[in-house]
Ligand binder design. Structure first.
Ligand SMILES: Nc1ncnc2c1ncn2[C@@H]1O[C@H](COP(=O)(O)OP(=O)(O)O)[C@@H](O)[C@H]1O
Ligand SMILES: [Mg+2]
Length: 268
C-alpha cells in the first residue's frame, strides 16, 4: 500500500520568499503525526500543500498514489472525492467561519455534499453535541469567543467525518479547559483508521496527540521520531528554536539548560 501522503524534494515559495526547501516525508494512513517547528519553519505552508490549497513549485506531492497537482484538482470528480476525505482546520477560525449561524456553518459542508436533509439534521445535531456547542446553534459565529469559534470550526469539518484531519495550531490561544477538550477529541481517534496531522509549537501536547513527530526547520524536515525520542533530544529542540536555555539556580548553583514549559509541571 502506498503511503497516504508522500512528498519528495518539495519546494514552495511565496513570490521570492522560500517557505519549503526540499522537504520530503511519507505519512501512512491512520498515523497521528505532529509537525513541530518554530514560527516560520513552514508548518502552515506544508498543511496547505497537503490540503491541495497550493501546489509545489518543485518536487512531488502524492496522495494515495495520485499526484496532487493543480491539473488533478481541476478534475471535479477527483476534487470532490479529495475534499470529502481530507479536511483542514485553519489556525484562525475567522478565516473559516462565514455563515449566519452556528447551525448553518456546521450544515454547510454536508449540504454541499448533497446529503439528504434528515441525515444533515441528524449529523449536525450529533456534532454540535459532541463539540459541546449545541446551545450556540442559533448564534452568529463571528460573535463567539475564541474558544467557541475554534469548536465551531472543528465541528464544521468533523461533521462530514473526513479520513484525514489537518489541524493548524488547534490549541494555541485556547484556555486550558478548551485545550484539553480539543486534545481529547484528537485522542479519541487514536487507533482508528483516521489520519491526524497537527501543526503545533506546543511541545507539551505532542505526546497526547501524536505517535510520530516531524521537526521542521527552515522548510525541511530536520528530524522524525516518536514523541519520547524527539522530546529527549534537547540539542535538536534548542537548534529548532522549540526550547530556549535560560539561566536560573538550583541549590545555589546558577546554570543554564533547555526547558520545555508545560502548564502542569516544570521538570529537570
Ligand atoms: N502569505 C504569505 N506571504 C509571504 N510569505 C509567507 C506567507 N505565509 C508564510 N510566509 C513565509 O513562509 C515561511 C513559512 O511560513 P509558515 O508556513 O506560515 O510557517 P509556520 O506555520 O511554521 O509559522 C515564513 O518565512 C513566512 O514568513
Ligand atoms: Mg503557522
Amino acid at each position: 500500500m502506498p503511503p497516504l501522503f508522500e512528498l519528495r524534494d518539495v519546494c514552495f515559495n511565496y513570490d521570492d520568499i522560500p517557505a519549503l526547501r526540499g522537504l520530503s516525508l511519507a505519512i501512512a494512513q491512520g498515523e497521528r503525526v505532529a509537525l513541530v517547528g518554530a514560527n516560520g519553519s513552514g508548518k502552515s505552508t506544508l498543511l496547505r500543500l497537503l490540503d491541495a490549497l497550493c501546489f509545489a513549485s518543485q518536487g512531488s506531492v502524492n496522495f494515495d498514489g495520485h499526484p496532487l497537482t493543480a491539473e488533478y484538482l481541476a478534475d471535479d470528480q477527483f476534487a470532490f472525492a479529495f475534499r470529502r476525505r481530507v479536511a483542514l482546520v485553519f489556525q484562525n477560525p475567522d478565516v473559516q467561519l462565514f455563515n449566519p449561524t452556528v447551525f448553518d456553518e456546521v450544515a454547510f459542508a454536508p449540504l454541499q455534499l448533497q446529503w439528504p436533509k434528515e441525515q444533515v439534521l441528524a449529523r449536525v445535531s450529533a456534532t454540535l453535541e459532541l463539540m459541546g456547542i449545541a446551545h450556540l446553534r442559533d448564534r452568529p459565529p463571528y460573535r463567539l469567543s475564541g474558544g467557541e469559534k475554534k469548536r465551531v470550526a472543528l465541528a464544521s469539518v468533523l461533521v462530514i467525518d473526513p479520513d484525514v484531519l489537518l489541524l493548524d495550531e488547534p490549541t494555541a490561544t485556547l484556555d486550558p479547559r478548551s485545550q484539553s477538550h480539543v486534545i481529547d477529541l484528537i485522542q479519541e481517534w487514536k487507533g482508528s483508521s483516521k489520519t491526524v496531522i497537527t501543526a503545533t509549537h506546543q511541545l507539551e501536547i505532542v505526546e497526547d496527540i501524536a505517535d510520530r513527530v516531524l521537526v521542521l526547520e527552515a522548510g525541511t524536515v530536520a528530524a522524525s521520531g516518536t514523541p519520547a525520542e524527539i522530546l529527549a533530544n534537547h540539542d535538536l529542540l534548542l537548534r529548532a528554536n522549540l526550547v530556549h536555555a535560560h539561566r536560573h539556580s538550583h541549590g545555589g548553583v546558577v546554570h543554564s539548560h533547555p526547558h520545555i514549559h508545560s502548564h502542569s509541571k516544570h521538570e529537570h
